[in-house]
Design a protein around this ligand. Structure first.
Ligand code: ACO
Length: 404
């Protein structure tokens, strides 16, 4: 048996905090969460106000510059972002190297990381203007590369961005348009829904993927490579993959009659199953984003037809049942943003394997703003947690010929 106290004496004092539940890793001015109240602010503005009156691109401006733009500034900013949506033709060659059944998130880890090969030397990461350009380029190119990932995985020809579309329209156009059609008609409610989802996911302080980007960036790596690390972290079902997992769970439940069985399974620690879209490290109350998403769900179903309605019905009943259950009450487990996101995507006919990719497009602004904020501090303190060593103490080495 190892004497941990003894080992600690050898390595000095530090806090043992698996999952960093009580460790603040940085000071930040970007996003504020009050987990007890269920409040979320971007640069001081309430998420509900932004969701109602603002757009994703306006939030990108707010993230980068710290203030809301005038109408003129916003137009100029969106024009600039759209003009940057084209990607280097050589990056298109990367897509030919992936298996046809590759998950688009796997492709995204690769191609966003590959941007570092195209944009490296020309930037001075200590110059705020250069960091601003890096942020704009990342946010602009992300939907293009995501749409290409989807079309590659679906065996479809790539579609390039067009000046006449705004940011969200361009993404939907590149992902869903038939290149043989002259026009791409898209319902404004669909554009609004995607815009709202992106806005709600833009940043969420020191979550797993943003912390990953910061840790990668703390060694002064290329920012696009750091964001690729963030995408890898987002992919899992405990984080960004939850929206895909929720939909799968609701489909498996299949009928309100099976809700109780599902809840019992989630409460049983030996089942290895959790209620997907429920619980949050910081929110110990409703995630304010889940309320906006629930409303959006109804709005989208109004225009796209009702075939997702049975799943929404299961979701609402599941939420009601869980919120009355002492297991969920005691642990303060409430629906998080992703409980309803998958349903909206499904109602919009967005392919399931794109759900987490779309989360990544939205979070690209949060990741790069977090990175930029860290670089602006200029402290260059490398992210380097300690560990509690519980392995064997010093052992005598035995030469191979002398081993039994
Ligand atoms: N279903 C059932 N039980 C749960 C759930 C859940 N969804 N979430 C937490 N619990 C239980 C845990 O088993 C634990 O119980 P215990 O105290 O009896 O051991 C307790 O609640 C605390 O859970 P932790 O895992 O310690 O909480 P943590 O803060 O580490 O995890 C997380 C948060 C990962 C979000 C977790 O709630 C979870 O796995 N949820 C389901 C996945 C999900 O929806 N992820 C999306 C997160 S939001 C986002 O990334 C956009």
């Amino acid at each position: 048996m190892i004497d941990i106290r003894n080992l600690n004496q050898q390595t000095g004092m530090f806090t043992y905090d698996p999952g960093f539940t009580a460790t603040g890793s940085c000071a930040s001015t970007i996003t504020y969460i009050d987990g007890d109240k269920g409040q979320l602010l971007y640069r001081g503005y309430k998420i509900e106000d932004l969701a109602e009156h603002s757009t994703f691109i306006e939030v990108c401006y707010l993230m980068i510059y710290g203030v809301l733009p005038s109408a003129k500034e916003l137009n100029a900013f969106e024009e600039l972002v759209v003009s940057e949506m084209m990607v280097h033709e050589k990056i298109v060659d990367f897509y030919k190297g992936f298996q046809s059944d590759a998950h688009p998130m796997a492709i995204m880890v690769g191609v966003i990381g590959a941007l570092s090969a195209f944009m490296h030397e020309e930037f001075d990461v200590n110059d705020p203007r250069d960091r601003e350009h890096i942020a704009i380029k990342l946010v602009a190119k992300f939907p293009t590369l995501a749409a290409f990932a989807f079309r590659t995985a679906s065996g479809l020809p790539l579609v390039r961005p067009k000046k006449k579309y705004n940011y969200i329209q361009n993404f939907l156009y590149m992902m869903l348009a038939n290149p043989m059609d002259d026009d791409f008609d898209i319902n404004p409610v669909v554009v609004e829904a995607i815009d709202t989802i992106f806005l709600l996911h833009a940043d969420h302080e020191q979550n797993a993927s943003s912390s990953t980007v910061r840790i990668a960036g703390s060694s002064l790596s290329n920012p696009f490579a750091c964001v690729a690390a963030g995408i890898a972290s987002l992919w899992g079902p405990m984080h960004g993959g939850a929206n895909e997992a929720v939909l799968y769970m609701l489909e498996q439940i299949g009928s309100p009659d099976n809700i109780e069985k599902c809840i019992n399974m989630a409460k049983d620690k030996t089942s290895g199953f959790r209620l997907m879209g429920f619980g949050h490290r910081v929110y110990k109350n409703f995630d304010p984003r889940s309320r906006v998403m629930q409303k959006m769900c109804y709005k989208v179903l109004e225009v796209t037809g009702k075939d997702t309605m049975p799943l929404l019905d299961i979701a609402i009943k599941l939420e009601q049942k869980a919120l009355q259950d002492p297991y969920f009450i005691d642990r303060k487990l409430y629906p998080n943003v992703d409980f309803y996101t998958g349903l909206v995507y499904k109602a919009l006919d967005i392919p399931v394997n794109m759900f987490t990719v779309m989360f990544a497009i939205a979070r690209s602004i949060g990741w790069i703003t977090q990175w930029s904020e860290m670089m602006a501090e200029g402290l260059n303190k490398i992210g380097r947690p300690r560990q509690l060593y519980v392995g064997p103490p010093v052992r005598e080495f035995v030469k191979i010929e002398d081993r039994q």
